[in-house]
Ligand binder design. Sequence first.
Ligand code: COA
Length: 323
Amino acid sequence: MTTRAVVVGLGHYLPERVVPNAEFEASLDTSDEWIKLRSGIEQRHFAAEGETTSDLATHAAKKALAHAGLGPNDLDAIVLATSTADLTFPSAATMVQSAIGMTRGFAFDVQAVCAGFIYAMSTANALIVSGQAKRIMVIGAETFSRIMDWSDRGTCVLFGDGAGAVILEAQDGVGDTSDRGILAVDLNSDGQHRDILFVDGGVSTQTTGYLRMQGKEVFRHAVEKLAATATTAMQSAGITSEDVDWIVPHQANIRIIQGTAKKLGLSMDHVIVTVQDHGNTSAASIPLALSVGVERGQIKQGDVIVTEAIGGGLAWGAVVLRW
Ligand code: COA
């Protein structure tokens, strides 16, 4: 018998304010057409003044609990992926723990920027497989609007705010690819590329800083590394592209999403795409896309899903699971 971490509920939340591309035309030398053509993004959501990452995460967490038919104390742990926590400490995860009324277990944040949700899923999977926890809420939540340099047209038009949450539960499997749940994980990072995507501030410098990016360089690494990590994870799960129902990629840029799907030999009919509506929400983008994919009726129980992401670090990885 093999213990598997199976998704038993999920939910997402987007802040009320929708910002279409055209809104940037008033303050920047840019256009709706340029943004759409180069990135696929049409709009994004921005958190209201005073609305924090843990607020967005709490909304998503409550929806996931309702979707699963569970109460807060049915959870053993919360693992929250973010690079934009409310405070230096405590973790955003403990803030969510208190906000949803969870009075047991443990909660902590994971920081791997846009790959954060993949790292958090991997961590939660390891906790479940090792028997340390039976039910874990994995959240990706971000307010990247707070680290944008609004005068940098190469970055500020690309990102948005949001949150998504999934609940993983320990279930018995037989140990082959017919099992529901996480079948394989692949994680990678290479700090040599830290300068192509970073925030030029932090606690030690006593500033918040702004996101800085060499877009072309990041693009160059993205397709190749995403296809490689997805392939490694599929091989370790014992599946091929032909077995995949859905790729649920990190939603950074439609051209990266298309390029990666092509390299994996899958048509866009097998890809969940939300980048046009959400922009790049960093660690929130995959759980948002999973939740929207289920809402749209695209993702169904039993489907084989490959999720993959890359971001600052560089850090990248993939998770293969059966829904
Ligand atoms: N509006 C209009 N023009 C813009 C612009 C904007 N918002 N942003 C940049 N430009 C300009 C540049 O200044 C440049 O002008 P120049 O040739 O006069 O110098 C021109 O457009 C081309 O810029 P370039 O950076 O070569 O464009 P690109 O095709 O590489 O597209 C990105 C830029 C950022 C969309 C693209 O590189 C990208 O998506 N990279 C990956 C970023 C990413 O996904 N990061 C997150 C990973 S988690």
